[in-house]
Structures are given as C-alpha cells and as structure tokens.
Design a protein around this ligand. Structure first.
Ligand code: BDR
Ligand code: CA
Length: 315
C-alpha cells in the first residue's frame, strides 16, 4: 500500500481525487489537508468533510491549513466550482470532524514520524506544502515523493500562461519546485486528456450507489461551468490524475525536465516554464505528457464501485 497525504481545495475534481484515493486498494489515505484555492478555506474544509461523510471516510485525518497564499490576495474559482466550491449536489450536515491541528503541522508531524514512505499529493495551491517546507525543511528528505496537479507546459487556464493552482500562489510553487525532492508535475497538458464524457458518466451512474450519484452530480455541474467558461464539451477531471499516477505510474508517460516558476512576469506570473532540453537547469521534475485514458477511467470507476454504499447518504 502506498501512503499518501492529499492536500486539496475541494473543488469538484478534488472531490473525485478523494474518492479515487479512498476507493483504491493500492492507496492508504493517511490524511486529507485543505487549503484556500477554489474557494475560501472554510468552504474547502467543509467540502472535504462533506465528501468524506457521503463516502463513509471515517478513519482519515482531515485538517484545515492556510487560508490565503503566502504573499498575495486569495483569488478563488467560483466561476468553475460555484459559491460553495462544490455546487451541484445537496449535502446534509457532515458527520466527519476536523482534526484540531493546523494542516501544516499535521503534514510535518506525519512525515517526520514516517519511515519515508509517505507521498504528498497536492491538488490545490501549494501554500500548505511551502509553509511545511519552510517550517521543517527535513520533510524534504522524509517525503517519498511529491506528485502534484498543477502547471502546464503548453498553456494556462487562468491566464494564457498560468494554470490555476500555480497562479494562485506562485511563491509557494517556487519553494516546492526548488526544494530538491522527487517531484512529478501533472499539469493541464495531461489532465485535459481526462475528460468526463457522457460515456464515462453513464458507467459511473450505472453503479447506482450514493457515491456514484455524488460523482455524477459533481461532474454534471463541472461540465456546465467548463462549457460556459472554457468551451469544453466534457470537463477535464484534473486532480484524480495525480492520485492515479501514484496508484499506477504506468497510467501516464512522464518526461524529465527543468521547471521554473515565473513569479514576476506582467503577463506570465504563475507560468511553469518547462525546459525539456536542459538549457535552463538540471532536471527537477518529471512532467506528465500522455495519459492512458481507458486505464485512468477504469481506476476511477473501480474505486467508486469499491466504495459501494456507505451507511451515510447524501441528502
Ligand atoms: C486545478 O484548478 C482547480 O480549479 C482544480 O481543482 C484543479 O486543481 C486545475 O487548474
Ligand atoms: Ca484542486
């Protein structure tokens, strides 16, 4: 079993990442930590607890972290994820509580107590991870690796140059990308191949469980906002791609590169400048390029099926 800490900002696709991690036998989900990003921290934390409640996730620590980027004002993505950050389904009162520890302290504690076998999987802005690195730099050696959803080498989605997670907190991203740990960047180039098509949604709907209904409702809302804002017919389901890479590294092809984070550019702030040719510097990242689409959706559907029908239902 591969242990992971999922550091997220749910978020529709973050919710899918939680489901994939929880429902996959290859993964031990040690903690879910939350960060401000798609919505404010109070909302992303509530949403993590909501998803855990519907999916019956009771034995996983859930802790809230940083409520704003290191330096900049928070910019959220309500235009994609709605006012709640998880618009679409209706939820009852969550029955999963938050751990009292700050997510940054929890990440440090878990890594420092580990045998070096925990992988960090951030799927939101990198604020918590950067803070943890600054507070306890020994976690860089302790983490097995970091596999993050963020960045891109061909395009942005928030500006022409920048992907949302990196755009929100480029200073944090710069700390994480220069820390010197094994890092995989699962960016838009890859995640735009993971489209929740009608055929995929039919497969998930056919499972007929509360969790499958939740997943379908989330993806239907996501499809509408992606259609309106970005002209996609089917929405790209970014965040579970990073979890899938941990479950089965062969699910995507990666290429070594030097990745620098642009923190100053007038038009390019938050860009992940990716050099595959070694001109700018030595390799500091494996960069995901090509997804085995069928394998990815098999992992996702199987995970949702395995979660089955937990006792607590979405209302
Ligand atoms: C990333 O931004 C967020 O809106 C998604 O949850 C994902 O992590 C994609 O750019
Ligand atoms: Ca996210």
């Amino acid at each position: 079993m591969k242990k992971i800490i999922l550091d997220c900002d749910p978020g529709h696709d973050d919710a899918m990442a939680i489901l994939l991690a929880h429902g996959s036998p290859e993964i031990e989900l040690v903690a879910i930590t939350t960060v401000a990003g798609n919505q404010t921290l109070d909302k992303t934390s509530l949403n993590a607890r909501r998803v855990c409640t519907v999916a019956g996730i009771r034995d996983v620590l859930v802790a809230a972290g940083c409520d704003r980027p290191l330096i900049r004002e928070l910019k959220t993505a309500a235009y994609i994820h709605g006012e709640s950050g998880l618009d679409g389904p209706s939820f009852g009162e969550p029955t999963v509580a938050l751990d009292p520890r700050h997510a940054v302290d929890l990440i440090i504690e878990l890594l420092m107590q580990s045998n070096g076998d925990i992988t960090l999987v951030p799927t939101g802005p990198l604020t918590n991870i950067a803070m943890a690195v600054r507070k306890e730099p020994r976690i860089i050696q302790k983490a097995r690796e970091i596999v993050l959803m963020g960045g891109a080498y061909t395009r942005g989605n928030t500006t022409p140059a920048a992907e949302f997670n990196i755009y929100v907190d480029p200073e944090a991203a710069a700390i994480v990308f220069t820390a010197g740990w094994p890092l995989t960047m699962v960016g838009l180039d890859l995640t735009h191949q993971a489209l929740a098509t009608p055929a995929v949604l039919q497969r998930i709907a056919a499972l007929g469980t509360p969790v499958s209904r939740l997943a379908v409702q989330l993806m239907e809302f996501f499809r509408e906002t992606y259609r309106r804002n970005s002209g996609f017919d089917s929405p790209p389901v970014h965040d579970p791609c990073a979890v899938a890479r941990v479950i089965d590294p062969k699910v995507m092809h990666c290429v070594d590169a030097f990745v620098a984070i642009e923190t100053h550019g007038e038009f390019t702030s938050g860009m992940t400048v990716t050099d595959f040719s070694g001109r700018l510097g030595p390799t500091n990242a494996q960069v995901a390029t090509k997804l085995d689409v069928a394998r990815f959706w098999d992992l996702m559907v199987d995970a949702i099926e395995r979660i089955g029908a937990p006792a607590v239902r979405a209302s």
